[in-house]
Design a protein around this ligand. Structure first.
Ligand code: URA
Ligand code: SF4
Length: 223
């Protein structure tokens, strides 16, 4: 193995041509971190180039890993409903994840339990996310949860204090993009909320409505 083969991270798997299709094809063969070993497949983002809204989740879940598409499991169903309730046309959305392979542990032989990706994996996978932002050229990137938010806004970012605000991508993120960023909770956090799930859902929809209004140039939500 050459010395460069040991360098972790997705960067060296990026193709010269950075169109979405070429990125997707190249990401299918990524071995930039350990996660490709146990996962079924790379789950790349979906949507069209020029989509004004890019939603960034954490990582594919069990269903996404099997089917090869982002947000097709329980969290995805909640997200679809929230997008609808926020009055956002799904055609305007490109959906992806901060990490593109499913990280899990096995319980009782079979069941695969989601594990939160570590900083190493988030950093390793970030070149794909950056390349997607540069290829799609969204007006606004919506980070769903802390993993996505910290990938783009830094590890000091907290959803609790920073959610629902229109921010700029920091230069440190190294993205050639004028897109703004807005962070909100992850749809799984809404599903798991034990205090007041309806309230958590409402807050999530409010943030998405703000995001939708931001890309249509309106300052207030349209209900
Ligand atoms: N959760 C995520 O963050 N992304 C998916 O694609 C599915 C569930
Ligand atoms: Fe590559 Fe990301 Fe998969 Fe790691 S998680 S192997 S960096 S695509």
């Amino acid at each position: 193995m050459s010395a460069t083969a040991k360098v972790p991270g997705a960067q060296r798997y990026l193709p010269d041509k950075r169109a979405l299709g070429a990125l997707r094809d190249a990401a299918a063969g990524c071995r930039g971190c350990e996660l490709y070993r146990d996962a079924t497949q790379t789950v790349f983002g979906e949507g069209r180039r020029g989509a004004p809204l890019m939603l960034v989740g954490e990582q594919p879940g069990d269903q996404e890993d099997r089917q090869g598409h982002p947000f097709v499991g329980p969290a995805g169903r909640l997200l679809d409903r929230a997008i609808h309730d926020a009055g956002i046309d799904p055609e305007l959305v490109y959906a992806t994840n901060a990490v593109k392979h499913f990280k899990f542990t096995r319980r009782e032989g079979k069941r695969r339990i989601h594990q939160k990706p570590g900083r190493t994996e988030v950093v390793a996978c970030r070149p794909w996310l950056i390349a997607e932002i540069e290829a799609v050229r969204p007006q606004l990137v919506v980070c769903l949860g802390a993993t996505a938010a910290q990938s783009l806004l830094g590890t000091a970012f907290r959803i609790s204090t920073g959610r629902g605000q229109l921010l700029r991508l920091p230069d440190a993120a190294g993205v050639r993009s004028r897109a703004r960023v807005l962070a909100t909770v992850h749809p799984s956090a809404v599903l798991r909320d034990r205090t007041d799930r309806r309230e958590a859902y409402r807050g999530f929809v409010d943030d998405l409505r703000l995001a939708g209004a931001a890309v249509t140039g309106e300052s207030r939500a349209v209900v």
